[in-house]
Each structure stands twice: as C-alpha cells, then as structure tokens.
Design a protein around this ligand. Structure first.
Ligand code: GDP
Ligand code: MG
Length: 177
C-alpha cells in the first residue's frame, strides 16, 4: 500500500495502445519517472507503472498499463482492458501506417473496454517535425468525428506528455464525481 501518510482517494487504470515503436513505453517512462531512452528495448515484463497526482484537491493514483510487445492486431487480451477507465491511443506522426491503424485499435478498444472509457488520441514524436507524415488537421478531424481528445506529444522533449495524462485523468475524475 506504499507510504501510509499519502492517502489515495482514487485509483484509475489507464491503458496504452497502438502499433509497435510509436513510443508508448517512452511516454510512460516520461510520465512515471521523467525518463527517456532513445534505444528502448521492446517492452518486456513490467505490466504497469503508477504516479499519484492531485486533481481538484484529491489524490489520484494513475495506474498506467503498457503492452508487453502484444501490439499485433487482436493480440492484446481482454485482461489488459479489464477495469480500464482511460485509454491512450498512440500513433507516430512520422509513420502514416501507425495512424491508418488507429480505427482498428479503436474498434478493438470499443469491443473490449467499458463503454464510458475516456480516450485520448496521441500523435507522438512531434519533435520530428521535418519527418511528419500525418497532418495535425487530419488527426484533429478524426478525433472530433470519433469523440476523442487529441494531443501531439514528444516523449523525447516532454512536450504535452503531462497534459495528455492530466486531460484523461481530469475527465475521468469529472465523470466519477
Ligand atoms: P513502443 O513500442 O510503442 O513502446 O515504443 P518505444 O517507447 O519503445 O519507442 C520506440 C522508439 O521510438 C525508441 O527508439 C524510442 O526512443 C523512440 N521514441 C519514443 N518516443 C519518441 C519521441 O517522442 N521522439 C523521438 N524522436 N523518438 C521517440
Ligand atoms: Mg513498448
């Protein structure tokens, strides 16, 4: 139960999904430990990491789940989605294919997760502007059509990583309160 002096009011499970190598593990490393690695190995083992934040004077523990290299279509099991109240759907702005696969991930998410799950679409690696293959407008339009929050992030230079989590956690907080 960790430090007993730190009272936790809520625990929210949030899942990271999206194609391999889009930066899911580095987004999590940036959020949970403020770390980044350019040669991150394919994720193995660790199921989730946590970070506790204060939202509207309440202590909210975010339990963020990362796929353990199960990014092939339909390989992520329903146990992964079970109990999730938030999802971060990640693509790489420099790899068009990872954006084109987003509807599949969304379909899978909607098939397995709670229907009220809060979803944010994340275009990661926005530090690589010169290699951009997905326009901000296309992604924004898709997100609006599907009712998703949307942000472009960089795990490398930390742009919007905190904001992405705060957006999801605050929305979940507002739904349960
Ligand atoms: P995952 O398979 O989705 O978990 O992807 P990883 O987090 O392992 O990242 C895949 C590769 O992309 C690694 O070499 C990371 O260092 C790199 N990467 C992740 N996020 C960023 C980012 O925001 N900018 C850049 N330039 N590279 C990134
Ligand atoms: Mg990974």
């Amino acid at each position: 139960y960790g430090d007993p002096s730190q009272k936790v009011d809520y625990v929210f499970k949030v899942v990271l999904i999206g194609d391999s190598a889009v930066g899911k593990s580095q987004i999590l490393a940036r959020f949970a430990r403020d770390e980044f690695s350019l040669d991150s190995k394919a994720t193995i083992g660790v199921e989730f990491q946590t970070r506790t934040m204060v939202i509207q004077h309440k202590s909210v523990k975010a339990q963020i789940w990362d796929t353990a290299g199960q990014e092939r279509y339909r390989a992520v099991t329903s146990a992964y989605y079970r109990g999730a109240v938030g999802a971060m759907l990640v693509y790489d702005i420099t790899k068009r294919q990872t954006f084109d696969h987003i509807p599949r991930w969304l379909e899978e998410l909607r098939g397995h997760a709670d229907k009220n799950i809060v979803i944010i679409l994340i275009g990661n690696k926005c530090d690589l502007e010169d290699q951009r293959a997905v326009s901000t407008e296309d992604a924004k339009e898709f997100a609006e059509k599907e009712g998703l929050f949307f942000l472009e992030t960089s795990a490398l230079n930390a742009t919007n990583v905190e904001s992405a989590f705060v957006t999801v956690l605050t929305e979940i907080f507002n739904i349960v309160n």
